[in-house]
Design a protein around this ligand. Sequence first.
Ligand code: ZN
Length: 92
Amino acid sequence: MWRSDNDRVSCIACDASVPREDAREYDKHGDRWDREGKRFEYLCKPCFRDLSKHSRDGLEAALEDAGAGRVDDVEFVERFLEAAHEDPPGRE
Ligand SMILES: [Zn+2]
């Protein structure tokens, strides 16, 4: 392990340059333990927090995006199902 002041990484979400030790590793494959031959991506802390919050509140965000409380029920359900179909929540 080596350290350098120039050891900075770019946040994949907001493009901020942050010290690597302050960045959170983000592995799009969801497997942080298999490091062999992999290049990790990085998130700065604020974006990492946002990401965590979004996945926890994903349903609410999806409801909000679908226009909850702003459109009538039929349109809301249609939008919600369409959004859920195109962009399923992080379950596998
Ligand atoms: Zn960021």
